[in-house]
Design a protein around this ligand. Structure first.
Ligand SMILES: *Cc1c(COP(=O)(O)O)cnc(C)c1O
Length: 225
């Protein structure tokens, strides 16, 4: 199967998962995760009309930005080291992986210096998995009010990476917990948090049933890394 055919299948599966959940398919956006794939492979997905792309490493994102068309929408989905913020910020449509109050403050400061507003998601470690980045649940509740006051940060919602789990019914509670946390924070702080970034190749259908608005999909489109 070609990348274009894989992409078409993924889009069809996204739409049917949305419909099954009684949601408008256009309320779920696909971010094609291009990490480890070279520009000539990525061009195939671009040619098939997929312009929202995700990378998990700053250096790799910047290298690809330099050689691929300018009208792409880049999503940073991996951990961001604070000292790389200035380099990458101008190229990110959305940073999914803000995982500490310090990083949020740093992005806010640099966005201010660059005269822009940074669109971000807060990554939440719903499973309290020591191997994963993200705010612990208690921590995100505690600092959220402060983060909302940062003037150059636009917090669009939440993101999570649950532990790999072949049994999808064991992943579902992580996704529903993220949605409930979003609802709670939005209600408590009277703010709009429209985005839930959750769901990867093997579990995106369940994530969509639980309210995902952004799904991050790599291997189902490009093959195994
Ligand atoms: C690699 C990656 C993905 C995509 O994973 P696949 O299983 O290849 O779809 C999604 N989110 C994050 C944060 C990733 O690092």
């Amino acid at each position: 199967m070609s990348i274009a055919e894989n992409l078409k299948l993924v889009r069809t599966s996204i739409a049917s998962a949305a419909e099954k959940a009684g949601r408008d398919p256009s309320s779920v956006r696909l971010v094609a995760v291009t990490k480890t794939w070279p520009p000539e492979i990525i061009r195939e997905v671009i040619a098939a009309g997929q312009l929202a792309l995700g990378e998990n490493k700053v250096q790799e994102l910047l290298e690809k930005v330099g050689v691929l068309p300018a009208d792409l929408e880049w999503h940073l989905i991996g951990h961001l080291q604070q000292n790389k913020t200035r380099k990458v910020l101008p190229y990110c449509a959305l940073i999914h992986s803000v995982d500490s109050a310090d990083l949020a403050a740093q992005i806010n400061r640099i966005a201010g210096e660059l005269g822009r507003t940074a669109k971000v998601l807060l990554q939440v470690n719903v499973a309290s998995d020591d191997a994963k980045f993200g705010f612990p649940l208690g921590e995100v509740r505690r600092v959220f009010g402060d983060l909302l006051t940062l003037p150059n940060l636009e917090i669009r919602g939440l993101m999570t990476v649950p532990p790999y789990e072949p049994d999808l019914e064991k992943v579902r509670p992580h996704f529903s917990a993220l949605r409930r946390l979003r609802d709670e924070l939005a209600a408590t702080h009277h703010c709009d948090l429209p985005e839930l970034s959750m769901g990867m190749s093997h579990d995106f259908a369940v994530a969509i049933e639980e309210g995902a608005t952004l799904v991050r999909i790599g291997s189902s489109i490009f093959g195994h890394r």
